[in-house]
Design a protein around this ligand. Structure first.
Ligand code: ADP
Ligand code: MG
Length: 474
C-alpha cells in the first residue's frame, strides 16, 4: 500500500541496526516475521506474521527500537501493529521460523481495540462497531457534573461545559478547555459525555485522547481503512471530545487530518470540545490554522482551585468515600495541598491508607505529622495568596489577573503580583509563568525587572507595594 509515507525508511534502518547490535542472536529469527510499514507522527507502524512474533518483538526489541527513534525524532513513540497478512518486505529476509515454538494453546488474544475506545469486555463477535453507531467506550462514572465542585477557578469552564452538553446558555463551538494538569479538564469532558448520553441516547459521541487519535489515524492508514476513519470523525459524530490536544505537537499529518475533521463537524454545527494544558496561542508546533480555529468559539481556562474550593472538594470526596474527617482536618489539608485537585485527592487517599494500616484515626495530629513529611511548607504563603491579596488591593478578579488582558491597570497589577511572588516565594520564573495564566518565563522576568525599577523611581508604586507587603505580613 502506497498510502504510508516511506520517508522514514532510513531512520528505521538505522534503528534496526542499532537494535541488532544490542540484542541477542535471536534477532534475525524474529525480524524475519516483522515488516516495517511506516513511521508517521511518532507512530511506528509494524506488521507481524502472527501474535506470537508480535508479542516477542514487543517485549524484547521494541524498547530499544523506540528509544532510538525517540532520540532521533524527538517524538514519543507509539506502535501500531497489524497482525497477519502478507509480509513481502520482512525486516530480515529468509523464511526462518523461530526455532523453538512452544505449542501452547493460548486463548486468542483480544483484537487490539481501535485506539481511542476503551471497549467494555464484549465477545469479539459483537465487537465490530454496530453499523451507524459509534463503538461503545467507557467513561469514568465518577466524572459527572454532580461530582464536580464549582468555584471561581473553574466556574466559566463548568458553565460552558453544561451549555455544550445542551443544558442551556449560549453554546460555543468549539469549546476549548485549558488549564494545568489535574485541574478537572478530563472530568468535565466526561461529564458532558455522560449528560449527552443520558439525555440524547441517539447522539453519536466520540471521546478520544489526542494520543489515541494519532495512533488510530496511523493504524487506519496502515490497514487501508481511512474511509472508515474519516466517516467516524466527520459524519458519524454529533459530539467530538478530544482530550489533551497538546499531544498533537509536531504531528503534522495527524494535525492535517484533524483539521479536516474539525471543519466538517464545525460546518455541520456539531459540538466540538478540546482540552489542552496550554492556551491555544501557546500550543507549540501546532499549525496556525488549527490554533486559530481553537479560538473561534470559547476558550475557557481552569485555574488552580482556591482554598474554599479545595475545602469543598475534600468534603465531597470524603462523603463519597465514606471517610470521616473533622472540619479542621479538612482545612489543614486544603491549606497544605495547593497545586491541583489530583494531588489533593492523592494526599487524602494516602492519609486514609496510612491511617487504616496503622489503625490510627485521621485527626489533626496525625495529619500534621504526615504533612510535615510530605509537604514541609504548610503554613507558608503561596502564589494564590499573593494573587488574592493583589486582586483585593486593586479590585480585580483573579481571572482578570491571570487573563490575557493587556489593559494598563490590569497589566500593572499582574506585574506587581509577579514581583511579590518572586520576592517572597521560592518559585522559579517558569513556575510563576504557569501560575499567571500560562505565560512565558521571560514575561515574568521582565515584569519583575520593571517593578523593581518603578519601585525606585515612582513613589506611587512604592506606596502600593508597601501596602501590599503590610497585608501579606513580614
Ligand atoms: P486534568 O484532565 O485537568 O488533568 P482531571 O480531570 O483528570 O484533570 O482531574 C484530576 C482529578 O481531580 C480527577 O479525579 C477529578 O475527578 C478531580 N477533580 C478535578 N477538578 C475537580 C472538581 N472541581 N471537583 C471535583 N473533583 C475534581
Ligand atoms: Mg486530563
Amino acid at each position: 500500500m502506497g498510502m504510508i509515507d516511506r520517508a522514514h525508511d532510513e531512520l528505521w534502518d538505522d534503528a534496526v541496526a542499532f537494535t541488532r547490535g544490542r540484542s541477542p542472536g535471536s534477532f534475525e529469527q524474529w525480524f524475519s516475521g516483522v515488516q516495517f510499514e511506516g513511521l508517521i507522527d511518532g507512530v511506528l507502524a509494524l506488521r507481524a506474521r502472527d501474535e506470537f512474533v508480535k508479542d516477542w518483538v514487543e517485549q524484547h526489541f521494541l524498547p530499544t527500537l523506540a528509544d532510538y527513534l525517540r532520540s532521533q525524532t524527538g517524538l514519543s513513540i507509539q506502535t501500531a501493529w497489524s497482525v497477519g497478512g502478507e509480509l513481502d518486505r520482512p525486516v530480515v529476509d529468509g523464511p526462518i521460523a523461530p526455532a523453538v515454538r512452544p505449542r501452547v494453546l493460548r486463548p486468542s488474544a483480544p483484537p487490539p481495540s481501535p485506539a481511542g475506545f476503551e471497549y467494555e469486555p464484549v465477545p469479539s463477535s459483537v465487537r465490530k462497531p454496530a453499523l451507524g453507531g459509534p463503538p461503545p467506550f467507557t467513561l469514568n462514572p465518577k466524572y459527572s457534573f454532580a461530582n464536580f465542585v464549582v468555584g471561581p477557578s473553574n466556574q466559566l469552564a463548568h458553565a460552558a461545559a453544561i451549555a455544550a452538553a445542551g443544558g442551556g446558555g449560549p453554546r460555543h463551538n468549539p469549546l476549548f478547555l485549558c488549564g494545568g494538569t489535574g485541574l478537572g479538564k478530563t472530568h468535565l469532558v466526561h461529564a458532558v459525555a455522560h449528560r449527552v448520553r443520558a439525555e440524547r441516547p441517539q447522539a453519536k459521541i466520540v471521546y478520544i485522547s489526542a494520543e489515541k487519535f494519532v495512533n488510530e489515524f496511523v493504524q487506519s492508514l496502515q490497514d487501508s481503512k481511512m474511509a472508515e476513519f474519516r466517516s467516524r470523525y466527520r459524519e458519524r459524530c454529533d459530539l467530538l471530545l478530544v482530550d489533551d490536544i497538546q499531544f498533537l505537537a509536531s504531528k503534522t499529518q495527524t494535525q492535517e487530518e484533524f483539521f479536516h475533521a474539525f471543519n466538517a463537524l464545525h460546518q455541520a454545527d456539531k459540538q466540538i470540545i478540546v482540552t489542552s494544558d496550554k492556551y491555544p496561542q501557546q500550543l507549540e508546533r501546532m499549525e496556525e490554522r488549527l490554533i486559530s480555529r481553537f479560538t473561534w468559539g470559547l476558550v475557557a481556562d481552569i485555574q488552580g482551585p482556591e482554598l474554599e474550593t479545595r475545602v469543598a472538594i475534600l468534603r465531597k470526596k470524603a462523603i463519597a468515600e465514606n471517610i470521616d474527617l473533622a472540619p479542621e482536618v479538612v482545612l489543614l489539608l486544603a491549606q497544605a495541598v495547593r497545586s491541583n485537585v489530583r494531588e489533593l485527592e492523592g494526599a487524602l487517599i494516602r492519609l486514609v491508607a496510612k491511617s487504616s494500616l496503622l489503625h490510627r484515626a485521621i485527626d489533626i495530629d496525625f495529619v500534621r505529622a504526615e504533612l510535615a513529611v510530605t509537604a514541609p511548607r504548610v503554613t507558608e504563603t503561596g502564589i494564590d495568596d499573593i494573587q488574592r491579596a493583589v486582586c483585593h488591593h486593586f479590585k480585580l478578579t483573579e481571572r482578570e489577573l491571570c487573563s490575557k488582558d493587556r489593559h494598563k491597570s490590569i497589566a500593572f497589577a499582574r506585574h506587581v503580583a509577579m514581583y511579590l511572588c518572586k520576592q517572597r516565594l521560592k518559585a522559579s520564573f517558569p513556575e510563576l509563568g504557569r501560575a499567571f495564566g500560562n505565560r512565558d518565563h521571560t514575561t515574568v522576568m521582565s515584569a519583575v525587572r520593571k517593578v523593581e525599577a518603578l519601585r525606585e523611581s515612582d513613589p506611587e508604586v512604592r506606596a502600593h507595594l508597601e501596602a501590599l507587603e503590610r497585608k501579606l505580613g513580614n
